[in-house]
Design a protein around this ligand. Structure first.
Ligand code: PLP
Length: 343
């Protein structure tokens, strides 16, 4: 298979239209058989449920070319089950998890020419999503839904090395205690846009959200979970019912414990403790880990000992090990790597 003529190392994190995408429709209580299509446009009723009341959920995962030239995906079964959880919370019919994984395979295989080569630093980002598609004007769940999945090549997240970022403690809340913070819904992102635009205007890269009820505990950023490292090398990640359960974070916990022999703690983390940590990072599919050098709380700076030049040593090891597993350089735990055969 011949690769597309793309300058892999210079593309950013944007949308590049690929050849095929997967579509399945839900109607009269059942999903149809689903198909790949060339049509990148969605045509909807002006009154579609998603357009009126934001009934939509999504996922994000990647396909990689391994060192030995295979195309693989990382734990797509976890995206399938998380999307089913998200759908249930918004009164949407779950897309069957086995079919989700098959759709990932079909979509990536049909666009194999867009999977960036090993060593380019670029990857294929896969975006599954679903939305209420029939007209809804009284507030209620839609009766019909569309599930879609497209992919787009994305460039290396860190061009010229991962420089630590600076984040601010936000005055806005991301998620309420019994709200929708734990699901991957567009609505959580719509309401975070004002906070992130404001943070960028003030010169920060990201927001740290605290728990909405007491504003004393660390939650997450708009799209990534926190991981901290204590001075004696324990990896700590915040626990809360309103944090989105990051697959990267869950995987890093296993890597820390089983591959690096570190102690791991998944527990409530008070903001007061943050100043005592040695390292801090943000984790998610897009960057795997972004190192955090500084957190600013209303003018008060917390500067991590790892500094503003490079990742801290433990975070670097976590990053190298997980990306090694994803790229096939390090043996993966059972079931983490799904190979997509292309002929
Ligand atoms: C998607 C997402 C993450 C990261 O999850 P991954 O599964 O690691 O990509 C973290 N926080 C929020 C709010 C998210 O939407």
């Amino acid at each position: 298979m011949e690769k597309k003529n793309i300058d892999w190392s210079s593309i950013g994190f944007g949308y590049i239209k690929t050849d095929k995408r997967y579509v399945s429709n839900y109607k009269n209580g059942a999903w149809d058989e689903g198909t790949l299509t060339d049509d990148a446009n969605v045509v909807l009723s002006e009154c579609a449920g998603v357009l009126q009341y934001a009934q939509t959920v999504f996922e994000g995962l990647k396909a990689y070319t391994t060192e030995d030239g295979r195309i693989v995906c990382f734990r797509p079964d976890l995206n399938a089950s998380r999307m089913a959880d998200s759908a249930k919370r918004l009164e949407m019919p779950a897309f069957p998890e086995d079919r989700f994984v098959k759709a990932v395979e079909e979509t990536v295989r049909a666009n194999a020419a867009y999977v960036p080569p090993y060593g380019s630093g670029a990857t294929l980002y896969i975006r599954p999503y679903m939305f209420g598609s029939n007209p809804v004007i009284g507030v209620k769940p839609a009766d019909e839904y569309q599930f879609r999945m497209f992919c787009t090549p994305v460039g290396p997240y860190f061009k010229g090395g991962a420089k630590p970022i600076t984040i601010k403690v936000s005055d806005f809340d991301r998620a309420a205690p019994h709200g929708t913070g734990h699901i991957k819904a567009g609505l959580n992102y719509a309401m975070s846009l004002h906070a992130i635009v404001t943070a960028h205007q003030e010169g920060y890269d990201e927001n740290m959200y605290l728990d909405a009820a007491t504003r004393t505990k660390v939650e997450e950023t708009g799209g990534a979970n926190f991981i901290f490292v204590t001075k004696d090398g324990t990896v700590v990640t915040p626990k809360s019912n309103s944090i989105l359960p990051s697959i990267t974070r869950r995987s890093l916990m296993v890597v820390a414990e089983k591959y690096l022999g570190l102690k791991v703690e998944h527990r409530e983390v008070y903001f007061d403790e943050v100043k005592d940590f040695a390292e801090c990072g943000l984790c998610g599919t897009a960057a795997v880990i972004s190192p955090v050098g500084k957190i600013v709380d209303h003018g008060k700076e917390i500067c991590f000992p790892s500094g503003m030049e490079k990742m801290g040593p433990v975070i670097q090891k976590l990053y190298d090990t997980l990306t090694g597993i994803q790229m096939g350089r390090i043996e993966a735990p059972e079931g983490w790597i799904k190979e997509i055969k292309v002929d």
